[in-house]
Design a protein around this ligand. Sequence first.
Ligand SMILES: Cc1cc2nc3c(=O)[nH]c(=O)nc-3n(C[C@H](O)[C@H](O)[C@H](O)COP(=O)(O)OP(=O)(O)OC[C@H]3O[C@@H](n4cnc5c(N)ncnc54)[C@H](O)[C@@H]3O)c2cc1C
Length: 399
Amino acid sequence: MAAATTTEIDRTDEQKAITEMVRQFTDEQILPNAEHYDHEDEFPEPIVEQMKELGLFGVTIPEEYGGMGLDLTTYAMIVEELSRGWISISGIVNTHFIGSYLLMKFGTDEQKQKYLPKMATGELRAAFSLSEPEVGSDVQAIKTTAKKTDETYEINGQKMWVTNGLLSGLVFVLTKTDPNAEPRYKGMTCFICEKEPGAADNDGLTIPPKIKKLGYKGVESTELVFDGYKVPADNILGGEDQGLGQGFVQMMDALEVGRVNVAARGVGIAQRALELALKYSQERKTFGKPIAQHQAIQFKLADMATQVEAARLLMLRAARLKDAGERSDLEAGMAKLFASEAGRFCVEESLRIHGGYGYSKEYEIERLYRDAPLLLIGEGTSEIQRMVIGRKLLERHKI
Ligand SMILES: Cc1cc2nc3c(=O)[nH]c(=O)nc-3n(C[C@H](O)[C@H](O)[C@H](O)COP(=O)(O)OP(=O)(O)OC[C@H]3O[C@@H](n4cnc5c(N)ncnc54)[C@H](O)[C@@H]3O)c2cc1C
């Protein structure tokens, strides 16, 4: 079934062509296979291999490093399409995208030369790691430390919820290099940690078995246990001179684009829930007619379609502002908040429309129902988004 609603007039010819290509890929490769990988909680290797061939790991990486050099808006459109198929697929790309953003914006020339070409092809995949067992929202309270000994830093501490934690070859890890710094954020540094993809033991870095989750299966979420892990000073993001003490600022910058990305995932899952509801409601009959002919069901469809469109417009606006070099922190927060809540809303409405079958693993909506809540949590919960939006509003409208 074709996508029910899209703001096609807003797209350039290049954007239309690329989203059409990704939609076809989603329809042919992701949607028919997602159920299998979700039920088995298995990494979708063949799909990821095809994504490498399509260049989807290098969408925003500049052409000089072998990427496509496209903007955040086009990337968000691609993520929407992938998420319409399965948000775990967009999760595999998402932390990689954040890692490449960090390198492009803050990396030294040597760091860019070393990592970006392999990242553009997907040969090297990236993860990023802020959260810890006791800390998520309050990022400045992390406890993982990095202490200098000669030309290397030694990292000790435990990280939590690292998407792509096992299979990535590069992890951008936020640490405390000065635990006594005031304000706290000035003592935080981001390290580029190299590791062997798939290896549970990496000389001071252990990766326990993946965390069992409600949804968002297929892509692994892991802890990272650092115990005397050594990393050269050159692997501080931006180099030791420029990067020491800059980790918090760098990561918060990256989270802003990450929020546009989560908004795109919210739009994608909401769009799919709507498509499934439109189809099912015209097939299922009660009281002598398709349930779509009952006004109560039409109202649900109307509310869902309205939310999808509004979420998409917010997402595109935040992405376009960022691409134009404008301030977009407030808009990215709004897009993330609205689109992730729209995803949850549309998925639940669609599940209701499916009646008892929505509760069956035979129907796709059951997977969407388990997947959607993640978007309310990652890259800042809805409560944290409201705090960000409120703070930025007051900053912009100070009297
Ligand atoms: C599947 C999955 C994948 C993830 N992937 C990654 C990853 O790749 N890298 C990474 O670093 N992290 C990742 N995370 C972690 C995620 O970013 C955190 O879970 C999230 O930031 C929330 O932190 P927390 O779970 O510690 O909740 P807490 O911070 O403990 O919050 C608990 C509750 O309190 C609320 N709350 C907290 N502070 C306030 C406040 N001041 N006012 C009002 N309410 C408040 C929160 O909104 C939430 O409802 C992932 C999480 C999941 C579930």
